[in-house]
Design a protein. Structure first.
Length: 250
């Protein structure tokens, strides 16, 4: 991703740390799972971003006034969402400066990404860099064929991020206004994986003809069925061989 040089210091590098991995030499930004133990940091982030996060995020309008218990509840709810829709706290110099989550998309082939960044860290390229990283992860590690973002037409900062990472607007729709500045006029932005095989395309989104879904779902169902059959056969083979005194490593 090419970026113009700016006078403001920009973030350089991202390192993702899962809960199970040990710490290692980190770049500027560290992405890691967050939970109730991060509630104080989340409270500080929401307080320092009062009248900012809530502009376009309905849930965040009063988040700067939440009690610690409310922050614990909010983080716990996100922590409980199962793979592949996990969330990441974004840390800069050990400080929580943002939050990014995968969320269900319009089909099983796609995922949505939702995000926010601390007001004090705005404009340093954090959202652009982290979004780019999570899009690559969605395509190459999670196997999603497209990533979707739902953005208010008045949310210029988020649109800049989205365009920079290579998303395109495919659909306009209306919904209840979200946040203090939300207009209720939303756009669905999409980026398709270069390795997509189902036939998913921006044009299909634009014309709302999701013809690729039925065959893709059939392939998916056949693959799941094949895995289950192999598991059953392996168990049967194991049971049979155990009667013969032979102990296979399966
Ligand atoms: C949208 C958001 C995540 C962007 O985070 P960020 O780390 O500041 O993003 P980046 O620095 O990568 O890029 C933001 C760009 O928008 C620009 N920008 C910020 N506010 C702007 C505004 N009000 N009008 C025009 N441009 C604006 C920045 O200058 C920057 O552009 P540049 O890199 O060309 O200078 C952050 O503004 C935020 O958390 N907003 C509140 C929550 C929200 O709207 N979340 C997204 C919901 S879809």
């Amino acid at each position: 991703m090419s970026r113009k040089s700016k006078t403001k210091p920009r973030v350089k590098k991202i390192v993702e740390i899962s809960l199970n991995s040990s710490p290692f030499d980190a770049g500027d930004i560290v992405l890691k799972s967050v939970g109730p133990m991060d509630a104080i940091a989340h409270k500080k982030l929401c307080q320092s971003s009062a009248n900012y996060l809530g502009n376009f995020l309905g849930w965040a309008v009063d988040a700067h006034n939440w009690s610690l218990k409310q922050h614990i509840g909010w983080l716990t709810r996100h922590m409980k969402i199962a793979q592949p829709y996990e969330s990441y706290g974004t840390f800069y110099n050990d400080n929580l400066v943002g939050f990014f989550s995968y969320f269900v998309g319009t089909s099983f082939l796609t995922t949505q990404i939702c995000y926010y960044v601390d007001k004090r860290m705005a404009g340093k390229g954090i959202a652009s860099e982290v979004l780019e990283t999570l899009v690559q992860k969605a395509f190459y590690m999670k196997g999603f064929e497209a990533v979707e973002l739902h953005i208010d037409v008045d949310n210029i900062a988020s649109q800049k991020v989205t365009k920079r990472v290579g998303f395109e607007p495919v659909q306009d729709y209306r919904c209840a206004r979200s946040g203090k500045k939300g207009s209720g006029k939303m756009q669905l932005w999409v980026k398709i994986s270069p390795t997509a095989t189902s036939g998913i395309s921006l044009d299909q989104y634009r014309s709302e003809s999701f013809d690729y879904l039925a065959p893709a779902y059939l392939n998916y169902a056949v693959a799941i069925h094949a895995i289950n059959s192999i598991k059953v056969l392996a168990e049967e083979l194991k049971a049979y061989l155990s009667g013969t005194g032979f102990s296979p490593k399966i």
